[in-house]
Design a protein around this ligand. Structure first.
Ligand code: GLC
Length: 477
């Protein structure tokens, strides 16, 4: 079918977004844990990168090497940035040395500070969507960070006395600020390095993180105690923040121990709310031991798992699917990625998983999962609308702005990916009308796919995945 026709059909489907948004206000409790931090966001140009290389005499040969993805020197930081710029990738690397963090602070600076960390971002989005009682966990809550939460009464955290209070007003004054550098770059921007001309294929961002508390998944005991109280009720728990863990932590503990401790905490919360839906956002987890442990231990426990295309490839790499990972890496198409999802689905046994890739969201779930296919599709459509609003306006900080993108068409890129997915599904499972309906079911599985609205010149991209995953799930009602 021609693109225009399909766009009309999808515009019709997307009409439900206003209704879905209203339904989010019926949710009366949600926990967002574990990571919140301050994001120092800066948009950087190829020209500026060249200048930095020049000014600080960085060795171009070191900057283009495909080495370990962690930051021990300034060159490592710029190397990561160039890698993402060249591939149009989104990656996060951890800064091991405080001096590098201080160097970035002094020499790169930032355009603005905003709430960061999956946990913090999800909490803000959920509160803005008027979910009742959003409880947000923070490892640290100095005033500077709390002030980046939405100033809303339904967004709560624990104060110094362990009591729930508006998150925006909390001042745990002895806590330290945790700052991450978000370096965004634009599609088609150019960078000349060592005689080679690099053209950035896709707007994206590179994150350089220095965050001693979240590096060890510090769990605030006062928050834990509150969420374990029998009177606390909630319908969703959204987990993230594991991606910064490493096999061996600087304090002698191990990443896997920290994961185990978090699972024990979540089990306590679930005791009084056993029907709560547990979602886990895997994010860009560099350490392979940690990544594997998350896939083996946490994913099977979760009702739902979320990832983007890179993160899916990363998962494939640690479950013995290196070949398929390589194929997805080479050609990051919906059909290859869908094959990857099937492998992860089988490996983890998780009931629901969602991929958010450029242009398309795909949910794969067990037949009869308690969120129906149509509820999923409606939730994903609202997610696509709000994600486009975020990209197009730069912030989703008021309820009124959330549906800013509601009259925009779904993208051609997305429809092409959807067509490719539909062909792959035909090949594997039989005929389907995914292109028009976005839903396919058989006796074992349910596939829901939604093409997204693409904003040509996005003002911001950071936190997009967190926004998409959480809205897709919580608005799926
Ligand atoms: C990671 C980064 C954080 C950013 C978030 C967005 O958690 O550490 O800085 O806000 O990703 O998804």
């Amino acid at each position: 079918m021609e693109i225009r026709k399909l766009q009309e059909i999808w515009k019709d489907h997307f009409n439900s977004s206003g209704e879905q948004l209203k339904k989010m206000a019926e949710v009366n409790g949600l926990i967002s844990a574990f990571n919140a931090n301050i994001d120092a966001v800066i948009k950087i140009s190829g020209e500026k990168i060249e200048k930095i290389i020049d000014e600080f005499g960085l060795n171009p040969d070191h900057l283009i090497q495909d080495n370990e993805q962690s930051i021990r020197s300034v060159e490592d930081a710029i190397r990561g940035l160039i890698r993402c710029f060249r591939g149009g990738f989104a990656e996060e690397w951890l800064i091991e040395e405080k001096e590098v963090f201080e160097w970035l602070n002094k020499n790169i600076g930032y355009d603005k500070l905003q709430m960061g960390g999956q946990g913090g971002i999800v909490a803000n989005v959920m509160a803005t969507c008027e979910v009742g009682n959003v409880y947000v966990h923070t490892a640290s809550s100095p005033k500077e960070q709390s002030g980046l939460f939405q100033d809303l009464p339904n967004l709560q955290n624990v104060d110094l006395n362990g009591e729930l209070k508006k998150a925006y007003e909390i001042d745990r004054h002895e806590d330290i600020p945790l700052i991450h550098w978000i370096i965004e770059f634009d599609k088609n921007d150019k960078l000349n390095i060592g005689g080679e001309n690099i053209v950035c294929p896709k707007s994206n961002r590179f994150i350089a993180t220095y965050d001693p508390l979240n590096f060890s998944l510090t769990i605030d005991q006062a928050f834990h105690k509150k969420m374990s109280e029998p009177t606390k009720t909630f319908e969703y728990i959204i987990l993230s923040g594991y991606q910064m863990l490493k096999e061996k932590l600087n304090d002698g503990r191990t990443g896997t121990e920290r994961i185990d401790e978090s699972i024990l905490a979540v089990n306590e919360w679930l005791k009084n709310n056993p029907d709560s839906l547990l979602h886990f956002e895997i994010a860009s987890t560099r350490d392979k031991v940690v990544r594997k442990y998350l896939v083996d231990k946490l994913a099977p426990k979760a009702d739902s798992v979320g990832f983007n295309e890179r993160e899916l490839i990363d998962i494939l790499e640690v479950i013995g699917e290196e070949e398929l990972a390589g194929k997805c890496d080479k050609e990051t198409s919906s059909s290859n990625l869908f094959e990857g999802m099937l492998k992860v689905f089988e490996y983890t046994g998780c009931s629901r998983m969602q991929l958010h890739m450029f242009g398309l969201y795909i949910t794969l779930q067990k037949k009869g999962f308690r969120v129906t296919p149509i509820q999923n599709r409606n939730g994903m459509q609202l997610a696509a609308n709000i994600a486009a609003t975020k990209a197009g306006t730069g912030a989703i900080d008021s309820h009124e702005i959330l549906l800013w993108s509601k009259d925009k068409d779904v993208s051609e890129v997305g429809l092409n990916e959807l067509t490719a997915l539909s062909e792959k599904v035909s090949e594997l499972f039989g005929n389907n009308d995914l292109c028009e309906k976005g839903i396919f079911t058989d006796e074992n599985i349910e596939i829901i796919a939604v093409p997204t609205i693409i904003i040509d010149k996005p003002i911001t991209l950071v936190g997009m995945g967190d926004t998409i995953s959480s809205i897709s799930l919580v608005a799926a009602r």
